[in-house]
Design a protein. Structure first.
Length: 242
């Protein structure tokens, strides 16, 4: 079930001192960060400037955060559509994967844009799995876990997940670049040096909350395919999230 959305009223403030004193909204600096689609990891290096709040002449956007007792909090100048999800629906889901490829493909399902375009990244031949033209998640921890198991024998893979979100926002279409990234580009680095530091993509839309995913596998040795399918479904239905 989708959580209801509360769009907090934004007030354009002209008091420079109040703007400077106000805290940033929670998770303000999760956006603008570099992201590696191959390893599915945040890089910790910022492509977008997420520290500048001044809109010009000392003005800023302040929001009343109802989750923080109505405290007025500011957002970076590049952040738009900041909102609150006042009701947290804890949704538990369970998935059954019959191959390594389906597990890998699902690991990139949280990436909402067409991330495959323009990437020409080599796949490790030892992975022995067809990942399409994008190779998303091909070197993630989940993929390495699944492939290591599949090399030894036949396995079916399971996933239990639970997620809850409290805030959300997105960045404007043409956000300002961070000084560090501009400096890095101006130094004319190699392509691989740049993506090693800043990743392949930029986080431009954020849902802030929590998500926990547990992966585990079932050894299929000695079990025929039909029996395995029925057993897997029963196993998946009988195990609770932990």
């Amino acid at each position: 079930m989708e959580s209801s959305v509360s769009v907090s009223r934004c007030k354009l403030h002209r008091d420079t001192q109040e703007c400077a004193k106000a805290e940033f909204v929670p998770g303000y600096n999760l956006g603008g960060e570099g992201f590696d689609i191959v390893t599915m990891e945040r890089k910790g290096a910022y492509v977008i400037d997420m520290e500048t709040w001044n809109l010009g002449n000392g003005t800023c956007r302040l929001y009343s955060n109802s989750i923080a007792n109505g405290e007025k909090q500011k957002v970076p100048a590049t952040v738009i559509d900041w909102r609150i999800y006042p009701k947290c629906d804890l949704h538990v889901s369970s998935l059954l994967y019959d191959s390594v490829e389906t597990l890998v493909n699902d690991s990139t399902s949280s990436v909402s844009n067409n991330w495959k375009l323009g990437l020409k990244l080599p796949v490790d031949p030892s992975l022995s799995v067809s990942l399409g033209v994008g190779f998303g998640g091909s070197h993630s921890k989940e993929t390495k876990f699944a492939i290591e198991k599949s090399k030894k024998d036949r396995y079916t893979f399971f996933s239990h997940s639970v997620d809850c979100r409290f805030y959300g926002y997105r960045l404007e279409n043409k956000p300002p670049l961070s000084r560090a990234f501009q400096s890095a580009v101006n130094s004319n680095p190699s392509y691989h040096e740049l993506i090693d530091t800043y990743g392949t993509h930029i986080i431009t839309k954020v849902s802030l909350g929590g998500k926990k995913i547990n992966h585990f596998c079932q050894d299929l040795r000695g079990i025929n395919e039909r029996t395995n399918s029925n057993r897997s479904k029963k196993l998946l239905g009988s195990r609770g999230f932990c």
